[in-house]
Design a protein around this ligand. Sequence first.
Ligand SMILES: [Zn+2]
Length: 317
Amino acid sequence: MLRQAQHDAEEESPRPPLQGGVNFHRRFAGPLLFKEGLGVVDDFFLFSFRFYPVILSKDVPGSAIIRLMDIIQIAHYLDQLLDIENIKDSPRAVNGLQVQNAMGIRKVGLAVDACQATIEMAIERDCQMMFVHHGVFWGGLQPVRGPHYDKLSAMMQANLGLYSAHLPLDMHPVLGNNRALADKIGLEHAEVFGEYEGQLIGLKGKVKRQSAKQLGALLGEKLGAAVKVIGDGDVESVGLVSGGAGDIVGQAVKEGLDCYITGEGENHQYHEAIEGGCVLMFAGHYATETGGVQAVGKHLEQQFGLETEFLHYPTGL
Ligand SMILES: [Zn+2]
């Protein structure tokens, strides 16, 4: 009853156009097809208008209101795309929408780390949202003070939202960090490899037979980073896991792979690799995780016409 009354009241008073609103003076009827395709959310019809994604509503008789997509809609889309709900991540990770904002999204800043520097870059470059691999929450409850407060307050004052995807971004079969890394070295016949929490999070396959030194040089050139090569000899079968996954070298040894590539590791893994006859490469935690956010950015551009910019802030580690 109350719901009906609310509904009637809404029908009587047309909502004012939202941000960037434009009224069409004809009744909206039926779905519209645009080059990016069409999505339907309840009674909203989603399409691209000029260069920006908009929602077209048929709430107002005789006209329609368009507005930019908001962060909740984009986050919902990303949750499905990256299978946030089903991928088992570290209990310390917080995947999904981390900081909400209250405005339409035109531009998304892409970064590996949500740190003070990239947050400032995003604000300066007029982003309304960031999409990152390492968010601002890690390791459980944290009081909002010191540098943590500085980051959150800067974002909220600038009305900047934040979405973070950790393991779901590493392992996405098309847009993931590992896929990007595999493409850089020309990995063929790729299949999943590298167990973590009952999931295979990396990739393995074959590259053109070459010396470990050559492969390390190729990887360094493609990533624009220094690559530490441990061991030598020719390599062909290669396993890789982006980021800090040095502990998976033991699995590469067990599977008889010629080479294992990751971002960073620990001292004892040197011996594990040498004694196991597997060349180990540390190509940088940051550098090996630059591919995923950029691939998702490109996808958002193509899918919704959003503008994106990669906020490159290499740690060199
Ligand atoms: Zn990482």
